[in-house]
Design a binder for this molecule. Structure first.
Ligand code: ADP
Ligand code: MG
Length: 697
């Protein structure tokens, strides 16, 4: 057994009970796991506080003073030793419950001590229990300047494993681990980036001598973490590409050509042409495609997807498009069916609300190959939906589908079909690199010509009358308007009241019979929602008051104004999605962000970002900076949130270096069979087993 795989239980001072706690509380099973439990900060021992000014919320304070009083106190069964520590600014109590006799004898009253510990308030007085003491005049040259602070939990603390307890075990383990921590990165990389060895980095991070060393060692560990994450993704991708044959679509035939020449009234943007070419190359490669298509709302992704589905049909395959909601699926279906009318392509819609008899018929026809394009919700991936020859799948709005759902598609034919994932929620590049390491990426970074960028205005509640006047004006021009209220689940009754109040004031301002107003919110049943939605869509109503249910892709080109109430309560990507609902026709469109007068810093930042740019990628970058990756949609299942050290916002250069290194290695040595890549093979094999040995016992 490798040293690092030794169960933590065997470390002196741990034992079975503490080992079990370490497993449960901190996921630490082995020596190796424990060594990777890094301090989250350090106490600089040279930063001495005064008793008057110390921060009692710190996990440690460092003080310097004399002990001028000492006595033992017995209450009930417990005895404690109490000493008074004084410096020029004040005094506090030091207490001991154990080792009293020895401490009492060794403490001197006329020398100065450096005292370290966690202050606590007890009966209105500050004390420090079991502090670390060192004579100020004897402070040894070897004593450490930086004291590591480790995260712990209440349960661990109750078993003596507070930060200090962990540090003590760590010191012991590091001593045992000398020469037993193998290098995991190829030598070439270590040299190229001048990285410290793994053994050295680990030791330094736990017990550093200076700040520079910490930074260097952290860099190394972050690089390692990101490197192996990339290796996982990219190796899997390479492996899959080499092993799984993809269907070949060599032909561009009648369906595509007739649609392209007879139905398209505009020419493709350069970005669209480029992306179609990228996808076509995949279709000719003999490998299965797994491609992410990013592009802002309205950039023409759906059209690109349709063109590719037609190529699949031209080659004798079926294609399928999956959307996250019934409304969206229906909308795609109606648009596509209309565009393809008379071209001899049979298109069907399959959603949860299709009647059983009709559903059965669709499934039968699908299996006989009488349906070329199937459009629907996740109903299309249910087990009993069998295709005759599925070759191409489009998934719209990726973040609502999990990886698992995506993989269900693979079993729908003898070989896995090509998969195109479309998302209108742009993902910052660093994130895409890490998150979608297993997907190829295409970007439509250009809007069709003639689109006018939506003008965005920030307005406060005090200017509401002006906003109403503006709305009257637009309606007089024949346009339609969205008014959106936030809905946050936990307080939904309160939010609903906001919405209803708002609705009433709008009805007062825009009265019947001249004005018709739709309202849609989450607590209506779906038939009522659809009815209201449809009234707005066909122009019977001028204003749609709603919660964010309209966030997902309704297409009403005549709508030119998006009023967002309490805009500060929305996240950036949500605001961006909402704004994407207008500006779909040829008219100038507007987005009005309503807020109160007082805004938090991050609220103001979000509003300013929205006013400053319509570029989805810039907005996504800002979003990532403001909120961190944990809050971004769709990241919950990704490895990114399990990163222990690296932070993909601030460590972008390391992300790039790691990704590039992995790419270069796999290009040169796709099997990782070269000797210098033995460590990488080892890592992958270990990972396939899924656990370290210590976790079995
Ligand atoms: P997305 O799926 O990216 O939101 P769509 O494919 O739905 O975008 O396109 C939005 C609208 O723009 C549709 O009405 C579509 O017909 C139109 N469109 C797409 N590409 C072009 C283009 N190159 N020139 C003009 N209009 C286009
Ligand atoms: Mg779309």
């Amino acid at each position: 057994m490798l040293f690092l795989d030794t169960p933590i239980e065997f470390l002196k001072g741990v034992g079975p009970a503490r080992a079990q706690l370490l497993q449960r509380e901190l996921d630490i099973f082995t020596y190796g796991d424990f060594l990777e439990h890094f301090p989250y900060r350090y106490i600089d021992r040279s930063q001495i506080s005064t008793i008057r000014d110390m921060n009692i919320d710190e996990p440690y304070v460092v003080l310097r003073g004399k002990i001028d009083e000492m006595h033992t106190i017995t209450t009930g069964k417990t005895t404690r030793l109490s000493a008074r520590l004084s410096d020029a600014t004040g005094a506090l109590e030091l207490v001991w419950f154990q080792g009293i006799k020895w401490i009492k004898e060794s403490l001197k009253s006329d020398v100065e001590y450096i005292v370290m510990g966690k202050p606590a308030v007890f009966n209105g007085h500050i004390n420090i229990a079991h502090p670390d003491l060192e004579r100020a005049d004897r402070e040894s040259a070897t004593s450490k300047k930086y004291i590591p602070v480790y995260s712990s939990t209440e349960k661990l603390k109750s078993k003596g494993l507070n930060s200090k307890g962990i540090a003590k075990l760590m010191e012991q383990l590091l001593y045992l681990a000398k020469d037993k921590v193998p290098e995991t990165l190829p030598v070439d990389l270590i040299r190229k980036y001048k990285l410290p060895s793994r053994a050295n980095a680990i030791e330094v991070i736990h017990f550093p001598r200076n700040a520079h060393d910490i930074a260097l060692s952290m860099q190394r560990m972050k690089f390692e973490e990101l490197f192996f994450l990339q290796l996982d993704y990219q190796y899997a991708k390479h492996d899959r590409q080499r092993r799984t044959d993809g269907y070949l679509f060599p032909v561009v035939g009648d369906h595509f050509n007739r649609f392209y020449n007879e139905r398209l009234t505009f020419s493709l943007t350069n970005a669209q042409k480029r992306v179609v070419k990228e996808i076509r190359n995949d279709m000719k490669s003999g490998h299965q495609m797994n491609r992410l298509l990013q592009g802002d709302v309205g950039s023409g992704k759906t059209l690109v997807a349709l063109l590719c589905m037609l190529i699949a049909v031209d080659n004798g395959f079926q294609a399928c498009m999956m959307a996250p909601t019934e409304i969206l699926a229906t909308q795609h279906y109606l648009n596509i069916a209309k565009m393809l009318e008379g071209l001899g392509v049979s298109v069907e819609l399959l959603t949860g609300s299709v009647k059983p008899a009709a559903k059965r018929k669709i499934k039968e026809r699908l299996q006989r190959g009488e349906i070329d394009l199937l459009i629907g919700t996740h109903a299309v991936i249910e087990k009993d939906v069998q295709f005759k020859n599925l070759g191409f799948v489009v998934i719209d709005e990726q973040h609502r589908f999990g990886v698992e759902q995506r993989s269900k598609l693979w079993t729908k034919n003898v070989r896995p079909p090509h998969v195109l994932v479309m998302t209108a929620t742009p993902i910052p590049r660093t994130l895409a690199m890490t998150l979608y390491g297993d997907l190829d990426c295409s970007v439509i970074d250009e809007l069709p010509p003639g689109r006018k960028a939506v003008k965005t205005i920030h307005s406060t509640d005090a200017q509401r009358l002006k906003v109403f006047a503006f709305m009257h004006n637009e309606i007089a021009k024949g346009r339609q308007i969205y008014v959106v209220y936030p809905l946050i689940e936990e307080s939904s009754s309160l939010d609903l009241k906001d919405l209803m109040d708002g609705y009433e004031s709008i009805v007062r301002e825009f009265p019947l019979p001249q004005y018709q107003i739709s309202i849609v919110h989450g607590q209506m049943d779906s038939a009522a929602k659809d009815y209201e939605m449809n009234r707005f869509k066909i122009g019977q109503t001028q204003i749609m008051v709603s919660t964010t249910v309209i966030e997902v892709g309704v297409d009403v080109p005549n709508a030119t104004v998006m009023v967002i109430e309490n805009a500060e309560r929305f996240g950036l990507s949500q605001l961006h999605q909402l704004r994407g609902r207008v500006g779909r026709g040829g008219e100038q469109s507007y987005c009005i962000l309503m807020t109160g007068n007082k805004l938090s810093n991050s609220g103001r930042e979000r509003i300013n970002t929205m006013v400053a740019t319509t570029d989805g990628f810039r907005i996504a970058e800002a979003d990532l900076k403001l909120r961190g990756p944990g809050d971004l949609q769709g990241l919950q299942q990704s490895g990114i949130l399990q990163l222990k050290l690296a932070d993909i916002v601030n460590d972008e250069p390391i992300v790039r270096a790691a990704r590039q290194s992995v790419q270069e290695i796999l290009e040169k040595d796709p099997d990782l069979s070269q000797i210098e890549h033995g460590c990488l093979r080892l890592y992958l094999n270990r990972n396939k087993r899924g656990f370290a040995w210590g976790k079995i016992s």
